[in-house]
Design a binder for this molecule. Structure first.
Ligand SMILES: *[C@@H]1O[C@H](CO)[C@@H](O)[C@H](O)[C@H]1NC(C)=O
Ligand SMILES: *[C@@H]1O[C@H](CO)[C@@H](O)[C@H](O)[C@H]1NC(C)=O
Ligand SMILES: *[C@@H]1O[C@H](CO)[C@@H](O)[C@H](O)[C@H]1NC(C)=O
Ligand SMILES: *[C@@H]1O[C@H](CO)[C@@H](O)[C@H](O)[C@H]1NC(C)=O
Ligand SMILES: *[C@@H]1O[C@H](CO)[C@@H](O)[C@H](O)[C@H]1NC(C)=O
Ligand SMILES: *[C@@H]1O[C@H](CO)[C@@H](O)[C@H](O)[C@H]1NC(C)=O
Length: 357
């Protein structure tokens, strides 16, 4: 106990009065009280400093060695608006870690080691507008963890290992405007995963393993302006999956997918081009992976040829049918003529018989 007190007084003694104010600042930090700003970044810290002045609104703890965020770790800095915890080694966050931070607007947890989140993660974060969890080790989104974030507008989940998203995983985030899921392992987008996101403007899914889209998956996204599906595993796509986007105008990126360039694909893109609200910004970048003889070709350069084979087949069938029908008619006519000629002769011969009599 005495040792602890000694330690505490030692720590207190180490406070240096930096900057221009009468408030103390933890020894590893620099405080700019007039700007309500403190930075304790790049200091090998393994714990959140407990003595940060309560008036601080912006706290930079990036590039340290933090491994764990305890329950109410920030209870003495309730006015925080920005909290940067990026580039640490955080692997666990206890329930309510951020719970008294009712003014927090921006939380950066990118480049840590977070592999799962709990329901208590979002406790007290009702004002948060921007959350980054980019470059962590998350594997699934099951909707547990954003429950109390009633105001969130930007969510960055890029470069994790997310492979599955549960239906309505983002259901509590109806205020969300931008979500970044680039560089994950998503392979299956089923109907309902984006339900409730009626304010979503930007959906980034570049660099995943998506190989098919269910027809209604984007239908709830009535505000979407950007849909990035580049560098996935799509080889074909259903026109209706995009047609169901009832937006004013949406820019869609589809480059870097292994397209099977056949007549069906050509038709899908011809239809997509005819829908004015859907803008295929990187159509020039789409290349064929199949069939083999077209591999590496730009879809744009070969699209006019893709339906030729089918057109030729259709032509051949049509011509064959026409010939058959014509032939049948001609034959029928010939036959009729023959029979009527025969009749005529019998009539004539009967007449001649009569005249002879
Ligand atoms: C200290 O405060 C004064 C006036 O408040 C200001 O002019 C000065 O630049 C400040 N000095 C530092 C080191 O912040
Ligand atoms: C936080 O600190 C890091 C490391 O010193 C620095 O690179 C970064 O720009 C700081 N961020 C802000 C918003 O001040
Ligand atoms: C952090 O640790 C590294 C390696 O142990 C050391 O080189 C560096 O000086 C330390 N930085 C600070 C601010 O203490
Ligand atoms: C999301 O995080 C990634 C990776 O750190 C970064 O490149 C990207 O700029 C971020 N996006 C947004 C919208 O903040
Ligand atoms: C995609 O996921 C849904 C539910 O998440 C599942 O019902 C469906 O079978 C999956 N489809 C494929 C092709 O894996
Ligand atoms: C086309 O692809 C190249 C190389 O992958 C990329 O740099 C460029 O930005 C793409 N263009 C568009 C419009 O996406």
């Amino acid at each position: 106990m005495h040792f602890l007190l000694l330690l505490v007084s030692l720590v207190l003694g180490m406070w240096s009065i930096s900057s221009n104010t009468s408030f103390p600042c933890p020894s590893h930090c620099t405080c700019h009280l007039e700007l309500k700003f403190a930075t304790c970044a790049s200091n090998n810290l393994t714990n959140v400093p407990t003595t940060i002045p309560p008036s601080i609104e912006h706290l930079n703890l990036s590039l340290n060695h933090l491994a764990f965020v305890q329950h109410q770790a920030f209870r003495s800095t309730r006015r925080l608006r920005t909290l940067l915890l990026n580039d640490n080694q955080i692997s666990a966050i206890s329930d309510g870690a951020f719970s008294p931070l009712e003014a927090l607007i921006k939380l950066d947890l990118s480049r840590n080691r977070i592999s799962s989140l709990t329901e208590g993660f979002s406790l007290g974060l009702g004002s948060l507008l921007e959350l980054s969890l980019a470059e962590n080790q998350l594997t699934r989104m099951d909707g547990c963890c954003f429950y109390h974030m009633d105001a969130l507008q930007k969510l960055n989940l890029s470069h994790n290992a997310i492979h599955s998203i549960k239906i309505r995983a983002f259901g509590s985030l109806s205020t969300l405007r931008r979500i970044n899921l680039d560089g994950n392992k998503i392979y299956n987008l089923s109907n309902g995963v984006f339900s409730m996101l009626r304010n979503l403007e930007e959906l980034r899914l570049k660099g995943n393993s998506i190989d098919h889209l269910e027809v209604g998956v984007f239908a709830p996204l009535t505000s979407l302006t950007v849909l990035d599906l580049a560098e996935n595993k799509l080889n074909a796509v259903d026109f209706k999956a995009f047609l169901s986007l009832h937006t004013h105008s949406t820019h869609i990126w589809l480059g870097g997918n292994p397209w099977t360039c056949d007549c069906d694909l050509q038709r899908v893109f011809r239809k997509l081009h005819s829908v004015q609200r859907l803008l295929l910004d990187d159509y020039a970048n789409l290349t064929c992976a199949e069939p083999e003889q077209l591999r590496g070709n730009a879809l744009r350069d070969v699209d006019s040829q893709l339906c030729i084979a089918e057109t030729v087949t259709v032509l051949i069938i049509t011509v064959t049918v026409v010939i058959t029908v014509v032939a049948a008619i001609v034959m029928a006519e010939k036959k009729q003529k023959k029979t009527s000629k025969g009749k005529h002769w019998t009539e004539v011969s009967e007449m001649s018989c009569d005249s002879q009599n």
